[in-house]
Design a protein around this ligand. Sequence first.
Ligand SMILES: [Zn+2]
Length: 192
Amino acid sequence: MTPGPRRGSSTTRWYPESVATFAIRFFGDPVLKQRAREVAELNGELARLVGTMYETMEDAQGVGLAAPQVGVQKRLFTYDVGDGPEVIVNPEIVEASGEWVYDEGCLSVPGFHFEIVRPKLVTMRGLDLDGNEVVVEGDELLGRLIQHEIDHLDGVLLIDRLDPDARKAAMRDLRRTDFQALAAEDGGGRRL
Ligand SMILES: [Zn+2]
């Protein structure tokens, strides 16, 4: 449905500014359970994909977004922990240390948070869009984000990181959840 014309103002826009975003895939979508493929070519098409992922991430108020979450089976993710949007291609964790408990949320599992223990500090290696090797050290939130997004590239969701009993209980709740409705209600904030 499109809005009909309104009287009284000639400057009213009938259509919102067109900002291209992807639909985020939710829990239960098979694309979230597959291992994404390495990116073989860094080209304009990939740069456009990343631009649209930035918009999608910002629109959803996420701090991280992996390509499979928008249905693209490529090993890359975008993130923004407050210093502007960044992307990493073919990332891998080369070092991890410490332990940190964090109440983790996911754009693909809106409305839910789970306390998960993971390494606190990680070092990630990957490529930028020009093909340069980049090394990123992430502590606490950034470290958590890196691990969460790389899990997405491997088809692993945050609930897969819960202990068996907690996972079973979470699965019961998740199976009867309407994520489309929850995503619209959930104010977001620090989801990965
Ligand atoms: Zn996620």
